[in-house]
Ligand binder design. Structure first.
Ligand code: NAD
Ligand code: LMR
Length: 333
């Protein structure tokens, strides 16, 4: 057995974390030989809830779980981290204007970025989930100048998984038969789920998704809007946002960072855009197709982009530029 790694989950009294911490503690993310010290950070009023979660984790009798720490203090939470999964953020409320929501989140992620900078290992891998995930991730990265920007990513794997599943259901195949979906841009309703480069295996033969589905209108219409609106549809039905599927996507994302992507597969994640090969503006956290090896990601280069895709990639980039510019203004005050 190797030495334990230190993993932080913020917002750990919330609903995503309730599924996520169990999967991490039982070895689904970092492997069945990797002991874990789990730190749970939430706001002071949630400390009692965290106590209940710790009792439950103890009652699961999980051999890989060496220790669980609960805290509302960043200096404790961020100390010597190997992995930080930033789930907690200021929730959307009807009464809260978008600008004020962004301002509240800039303050949270500036503070957590500074804590990463001060306390975490320089090799820490940081995954931002709390909405707006791309811009929160950018703010955290900017606030942690001593940690490489490449160590930061944000979650668009849920959108990626949603797209794969919709295609698989349409064709009556397993979602495991679909690969190389791309989510471009923001984790918001401007995101662009792109299947032009995706492949599906039907009756033992691998083919392009456009050739297999044979319905361009659906692939360029309803599929895209279904995925773009899926978060809202879940909230409408459940009265709560996606939690089980978000936790599963976080596990998929972090497992791929830890162990790499399989040969011939790429996945989607929000990463730093500087120097990207698709003419997306610099200084954004933008979701791209990536492959991962030795815990480092690389944007998949050379994919052909048609006019339809270009327009959608640029539209979601424009939204991210607007979010960033406003967030950066808040950083200065
Ligand atoms: P939740 O409201 O159940 O839990 C959020 C938790 O964060 C709460 O316990 C809250 O007290 C805590 N929190 C708030 N501010 C904090 C701070 N400064 N430090 C530490 N903890 C803090 O929410 P949830 O359903 O678990 O979702 C969490 C976030 O993830 C939301 O922002 C949601 O919109 C987002 N989300 C993102 C995706 C994605 O794909 N990127 C998918 C689903 C949900
Ligand atoms: C999701 O995609 O399910 C969430 O981001 C929705 C939300 O607003 O929390």
């Amino acid at each position: 057995m190797s030495d334990p790694i230190r993993v932080l989950v913020t917002g750990s009294a919330g609903q995503i974390a309730y599924s996520l911490v169990y999967s991490i503690a039982k070895g689904d993310v970092f492997g069945k030989d990797q002991p874990v010290i789990l730190t749970l950070l939430d706001i002071p009023s949630m400390l009692l809830v965290l106590e209940g979660i710790i009792m439950e984790l103890q009652d699961c009798a999980l051999p890989l779980l060496k220790e669980v720490v609960r805290t509302d203090k960043e200096a404790i939470a961020f100390k010597d981290l190997d992995v930080a999964i930033l789930v907690g953020s200021m929730p959307r409320k009807e009464s809260l204007e978008w600008k004020n929501l962004l301002r509240a989140n800039v303050n949270i992620f500036r503070s957590q970025g500074a804590a990463l900078n001060k306390y975490a290992k320089k090799t820490v891998k940081v995954l931002v989930v709390g909405s707006p995930a791309n811009t929160n991730c950018l703010i955290a990265a900017k606030s942690a100048p001593s940690i490489p920007k490449e160590n930061f990513s944000c979650l668009t794997r849920l959108d990626h998984n949603r797209t794969a599943s919709q295609v698989a259901m349409r064709l009556g195949v397993s979602s495991g038969n679909v690969k190389n979906i791309i989510i471009w841009g923001n984790h918001s309703s401007t995101q662009y789920p792109d299947v032009h480069h995706a492949k599906v295996t039907v009756s033992g033969t691998e083919m392009g998704v456009f050739d297999a589905v044979k319905d361009d209108d659906w692939l360029k219409g309803d599929l895209i809007s279904t995925v773009q609106q899926r978060g809202g549809a879940v909230i409408k039905a459940r009265k709560l946002s996606s939690a089980m599927s978000a936790a599963k996507a976080i596990c998929d994302h972090m497992r791929d960072i830890w162990f790499g992507t399989p040969e011939g597969h790429f996945i989607s994640m929000g990463v730093y855009s500087n120097g990207n090969p698709y003419d997306i503006p610099d200084d954004l956290i933008y979701s791209f197709p990536v492959v991962i090896k030795n815990k480092s990601w690389k944007i998949v280069d050379g994919l052909e982009i048609n006019d339809f895709s270009r327009g959608k990639m640029d539209a979601t980039a424009a939204e991210l530029v607007e979010e960033r510019d406003m967030a950066v203004l808040f950083l200065r005050v």
